[in-house]
Design a binder for this molecule. Sequence first.
Ligand SMILES: O=C(O)CCC(=O)C(=O)O
Ligand SMILES: [Fe+2]
Length: 286
Amino acid sequence: MWRKALQLDTVAVALVPLGCAALLVEASLRTAHRDADWSELCAYEDTNRVVTGEHVRELERRGFVCIPAAMDGAQVARARADAQALYSSGRFAASGNEAEVRQDHIATIRATDGTAGAAHAERGFATLGSGLLHAIQLTRGVSHALDMHGYAGLASRRVPRQVQLSAYAADGSASYRRHADACSDSFLDLGLLEWLRLRDYRERTLTAILYLNSPSWAEQGAAAPGSDAGSGGALRCFHAKGFTDIVPRGGTLVILDAKVIEHEVRPSAGATRFAITSWVISDSAT
Ligand SMILES: O=C(O)CCC(=O)C(=O)O
Ligand SMILES: [Fe+2]
């Protein structure tokens, strides 16, 4: 009897470290960045055209830069219609963050969605419209455009194939609390397991955001009476001198240092606020 109990104890004692090891291995392998592309493979002519040397110097100096009219009105309208169609089709879901942190809905999309080139799980998705495909290439091209102007940030940058398409409700109920996009906490702060699980967030070095709203989207409370363009929803970037609010007008491209620039999204009104976000990653952060 006691011999049997001893054997069970031995098995249990052996299982604990095995279970822990399995958890750690699973956490360290969990990544959506495995097939990220090197920057130069994401080169896109339109991005190279709109991002200038002056923008890059501003990014280096301030940690963020706002580039208006990176897409023309027709391109914005097409991308917005595609985003709206995807939103209505039910592909958006609440993000993985806690509900008090952010209340937007997101879809993780790839240019290959619904095509033979997609991973098995993504083959069943609807293919993306030309407006969204252009917006994805434009944001994914940012890292290479920065290289063309000798950006002083980290070298060896890669760009994940998936981008985030976010939707903030028109009724002012959705915002995103102040945060930095990259996780800079050490494993002493987070514990080893959590630190390993956050690998994709630790690798982030730059954020590129492209707004798919009406180009006449207005500042807080400034929407023209009867306008359906939408208003508010500023991207508030914090810096040493306070903060700068960026109006999310359709076609505006924002690039920010994901480790340094804390930011928040203010509630919007009048229209759903759509944005595409692509993160640039750096392996040297692992
Ligand atoms: O949509 C924006 O303006 C920013 C979104 C954002 O901060 C994020 O998704 O991390
Ligand atoms: Fe963010």
